[in-house]
Design a protein around this ligand. Structure first.
Ligand code: PMP
Length: 462
């Protein structure tokens, strides 16, 4: 369209909600959205500001943000230190690239800081702007690793069902959600999906630990079906977040790690959600005893204030890929973006200064899990699972048999809608509600979250 469709809107310093909704419906294409449904509901909710753990929409209604944006606003909203860090950096140097054998002080210092924070041996950092891009980078790194090691046939990446690793074509291929493969050409070749450690959905009569071993065996069976000599890497989230906060039984990760080592397969821990305190340690790998070869980080690295992500690479991989002759043929315009890096550094400083990660591990994480677990007395709540400040509340009419709700989503969707109407932002995944609030949430706000959720279950399904 060559002319401005609504000239009044362009000149209006504070357009009305109705005007914004109409313009949005006419022009803005939303991710993962049925636009007919959105139009039927009158358009998108317009979020105008936020402070701490609360969002405010254009009608002036407040919502407790049970999702920390999209699993990312770890330090909460409205931290002016981050705004100031961004403004300072923009005035000094808003942009330069890292392609021309050049860097910026802030970018280098962030890389050094990530190496210091990350588990032993993870000392080399490749930057990008999103979790998807970082996982794309990881595919290249592991394939390049095996090429340089003289095993170029090792191109396969084993991922898992219900995994979420992003939405570029390669990352969507790693993702194990069938709905995301519903576009021709996805998944790309050489990506295989092992079963997920989804005890609620698939554990049957097994104890969680028995089932954890079975799910790990599923990883081995996938590797054997492909041929271990063809497998470059296994990728897994320490806790599968978007797949429904699937906290693996304690038997799972040690066994998966043993299997990867047995076949010499590299292990990529996708820490995009788990990183920076979500599970009560700096990284989910620490919570679950994983020693990865590469970690993907994003989201909580900047608390979502700026788009920034990274692949943090172990020395033993970096030496082969980056310290041998030849250049690594990959990079993004925004790799190491100085403004994003400045915001990330300030975010890390706040996490450290305020002891936010330690508080998740020792205080607010356990409190959150305990309070959510009080919902288990509700006849429609089957399981409450989680770790630190991530959790899922599984709705069911069959607590004992754990059969799948039919149609899928018919219990969670009305509860999710009731939560929003009652002032709580949450997300429905199959028939659970998932939570990932800012790490700075208070005890009183946890109480409020749980009480709105209980009321919303009663209102929607009672
Ligand atoms: N990995 C994981 C584990 C994620 O949860 C996500 C996003 N939810 C991604 C990767 C993709 O990140 P992005 O949306 O920034 O590309």
């Amino acid at each position: 369209m060559s002319s401005t469709p609504n000239p009044d809107l362009r000149n209006d310093p504070s357009p009305s909600t109705a005007t914004l909704k109409a313009a949005d419906l006419a022009h803005h294409l939303h991710p993962f959205t049925d636009h007919g449904e959105l139009a039927g509901e009158g358009g998108a909710r317009v979020i105008v500001s936020a402070k701490g753990c609360y969002l405010t929409d254009s009608d002036g209604d407040r919502l407790l943000d049970g999702m920390g944006g999209l699993w990312c606003v770890n330090i909460g909203y409205g931290r002016s230190e981050l705004a100031e860090a961004a403004a300072r950096q923009m005035r000094e140097l808003p942009y330069y690239n890292t392609f021309f054998k050049t860097t910026m002080p802030v970018t280098t210092l962030l890389a050094e800081e990530l190496a210091e924070l990350a588990p032993e041996g993870l000392n080399r950092v490749f930057f990008a702007a999103s979790g998807s891009e970082a996982n794309d980078t990881n595919i290249r790194i592991v394939r390049s690793y095996w090429q340089k090691r003289g095993e170029p046939q090792r191109t396969v990446i084993v991922s898992r069902k219900l995994a979420y690793h992003g939405s570029t074509i390669a990352a969507a291929s790693l993702t194990g959600l069938a709905s995301m493969h519903d576009i021709p050409g996805i998944p790309i070749p050489d990506i295989h999906h092992a079963p997920a450690p989804n005890w609620w959905g698939e554990g049957g009569d097994m104890s969680p630990d028995e089932f954890g071993l079975k799910a790990a065996r599923g990883v081995e069976e996938t590797i054997l079906a492909v041929g271990p000599e063809r497998v470059a890497a296994f990728i897994g989230e320490p806790v599968q977040g978007a797949g429904g906060v699937l906290v693996p039984p304690s038997s799972y990760w040690p066994e998966v790690q043993r299997i990867c080592r047995k076949y010499g397969i590299l292990l990529i821990a996708d820490e995009v959600i788990c990183g920076f305190g979500r599970t009560g340690e700096w990284f989910g790998s620490q919570t679950f005893g994983i020693a990865p070869d590469i970690m993907t980080v994003a989201k909580g690295l900047s608390s979502g204030y700026q788009p920034i992500s990274a692949s943090i690479v172990h020395d033993r991989v970096a030496e082969v890929v980056f310290d041998t002759p030849g250049r690594f043929p990959h990079g993004y315009t925004y790799s190491g973006h100085p403004v994003a890096a400045a915001v990330a550094r300030e975010n890390l400083a706040i996490l450290r200064r305020e002891g936010i990660v330690e508080r998740v591990g020792a205080d607010i994480g356990p409190y959150f899990q305990q309070q959510l677990a009080t919902l288990l007395d509700h006849p429609l709540v089957g399981e409450v699972r989680g770790v630190g400040l991530m959790a899922a509340v599984e709705l069911t009419r069959d607590k004992a048999g754990r059969s799948e709700v039919q149609p899928v989503g018919s219990m969670s969707t009305p509860v999710r809608n009731a939560c929003f109407a009652n002032g709580l932002a949450t997300r429905a995944v199959r028939d659970c509600l998932v939570f990932s609030p800012p790490l700075v949430i208070s005890h009183a706000e946890v109480d409020e979250l749980v009480s709105i959720l209980r009321r919303s279950i009663d209102e929607a399904l009672g």
